[in-house]
Design a protein around this ligand. Structure first.
Ligand code: NG6
Ligand code: CA
Length: 510
């Protein structure tokens, strides 16, 4: 029990210590999709180069224990924006094409906090947290959405690009939608003769390996079905260019700042269809080429900051929404062309798992003059951005909000002696499986495994076997389960995990 209290009170101390003078730098959070820890050259990749991300890492802080909170897209993004672990939020697993807005209007978010601090706020890129209530009304106002939870402006890919529809959403509307050609989106084939990835498989320019055989657009089968909105549809190859164009224009418009941009490109998620100028640029196939394209986007944003002389007054965070996957439903050569590349670096698992490869990600912060360049081993997570950026900008976080977001600002800024998290929960898509890292130890178990009935004292002798236990300091690849040899530690970590679940929050209440 003492250990649990100790573990939970350290972040509270951090919260008070960090009540410092407010700073209002511009803030850009750049989140990649499915980019693994080992997919960038600053984390050891040798089979491809990511010079722009490497440059940020050289000029800023590269985290070796930077995490996202889940091993799929929607839950990580929901928790990044809301500061609450996704397993506490209903229906926060991978959102379907017609899924409603998951984060309800009125919820405190990174965006609403920064808006309160006087920031202009925008999201450009993949949303994938649902739109509308009870479903998106594609031909009318698409709300609630980002604009109802703190963003002033949005330019979105509404779901994820292997799901229908391939249209942009600008603020509350599908861009370029001709009312005479309404957009219909559904999960059933709209007509017997509607061409699909099954009936017209021979026409596809990228074949599917599982799923992704609904409506065909741009020669690629998708999850789900849609008709209409022909003038509104984009080409997959042009997505990255559009994100950069939209972001640069918005930054330019708000150059007098302060501004907060959540840049959420689609690379390197499937279908991997980078622009023609990146195709074939790596030996890893389209997956590698998409990494290069993502790195290019980072470089273009940096160029804009330099041109507008904003770099010194801008905090950049680069991260990813989950670990890597090779075949995620399309035959794009990622498996065959992998060679010696290690997408998850030294870590086990990847997307969909709660092993380290699922959530330990490239994580870099840069703020020239304020962040001393270096490498940090402190544990930080995307779920912490809410409380940390609130602290940076002098905002307090509502008592009932951002329930798992810790103020790790000093660690993000690399302050001397600053500590990150002492523990971190990791989840799979729907939170059925959880990981808990405490210091160098890692527990992996089912969320619902029966809590221990063992009484104090007896636990050490005869604990129920609940989960696997790894010592990351000696075994970063999580191959050697030490649960049987460390029953006390196993018990303590299970107790802490049970408490985090039962308390409904892990950010200490005041
Ligand atoms: C899965 C899809 C996968 C991908 C994932 C979401 C199949 C068989 N698999 O259900 O292709 O779309 O959902 O990825 O359809 S995420 O990064 O957006 O979470
Ligand atoms: Ca993802």
């Amino acid at each position: 029990m003492n250990t649990i209290l100790r573990l939970l009170t350290v972040p509270m101390a951090l919260l008070t210590v960090a009540a410092q003078a407010a700073d209002k730098p511009n803030i850009i959070v750049i989140i990649a999709d499915d980019l693994g820890y080992g997919d960038v050259s600053c984390n050891g990749a040798t089979e491809l180069q990511t010079p722009n991300i490497d440059k940020l890492a050289q000029q800023g802080l590269r985290f070796t224990s930077g995490y996202c909170s889940a091993s799929t897209c929607t839950p990580t993004r929901v928790s990044l924006i809301s500061g609450t672990y996704a397993f506490r939020i209903p229906r926060s697993g991978i959102a379907p094409p017609n899924g409603p807005a998951i984060i309800k209007p009125g919820t405190e978010t990174v965006a609403s906090i920064l808006k309160r601090a006087g920031y202009a706020t925008a999201v450009v890129g993949k949303w994938h947290m649902g739109l509308g209530d009870p479903a998106p009304d594609w031909n009318n106002e698409l709300k609630p959405g980002p604009l109802e939870i703190g963003f002033d402006h949005c330019f979105l890919l509404p779901t994820t690009n292997d799901r229908v529809p391939q249209v942009y959403v600008e603020d509350h509307r599908v861009r370029n939608l001709d009312p005479a050609d309404p957009l219909w989106v559904g999960d059933k084939k709209p007509a017997e003769d509607h061409p699909t990835g099954i009936s017209h498989r021979h026409t596809l320019r990228m074949d599917w390996s599982h799923g992704h055989n609904g409506t065909i657009h741009n020669g690629i089968g998708r999850i789900g079905f849609y008709t209409g909105g022909m003038k509104a549809r984009f080409r997959d190859e042009d997505l990255a260019d559009e994100w950069v164009k939209q972001s640069n224009a918005w930054i330019e418009k708000h150059k007098d700042g302060p501004f907060f941009l959540y840049f959420s490109g689609h690379d390197i998620h499937v279908p991997r269809m980078p622009h023609e100028r990146f195709q074939g640029k790596t030996k890893l196939g389209f997956r590698g080429d998409a990494v290069i394209e993502f790195d290019w986007c980072v470089g273009e944003i940096m160029k804009t900051l330099d041109r507008l002389k904003l770099a010194d007054n801008t905090l950049i965070v680069v991260c990813s929404d989950n670990g890597p996957v090779l075949d995620d439903g399309y035959k794009d050569g990622a498996v065959e062309k992998l060679g010696d590349h290690k997408p998850a670096g030294p870590y086990r698992g990847g997307k969909y798992t709660v092993f380290e490869g699922g959530t330990r990600i490239p994580f870099v912060t840069r703020w020239p003059g304020r962040i001393k360049p270096g490498v940090s081993d402190q544990i930080v997570c995307t779920v912490d951005l809410a409380a940390s950026l609130a602290a940076l900008t002098g905002q307090s976080v509502g008592e009932g909000a951002c329930l798992d977001s810790f103020n790790v600002l000093d660690a993000l800024l690399g302050k001397e002696g600053a500590k990150g998290r002492d523990h971190l929960l990791q989840q799979d898509n729907n939170g059925a499986k959880l990981g808990l890292r405490v210091g160098d130890w890692k527990l992996v178990r089912m969320k619902g495994s029966t809590p221990s009935k063992a009484k104090k004292g007896k636990a050490a002798k005869n604990p129920p076997a609940r989960g696997q236990l790894y010592d990351l300091s000696k075994d970063p690849g999580e191959t050697n389960d030490l649960a049987a040899q460390n029953t006390d530690r196993l018990q303590r970590m299970n107790d802490l995990l049970d408490k985090i679940i039962a308390d409904g929050r892990s950010r200490p209440a005041k």
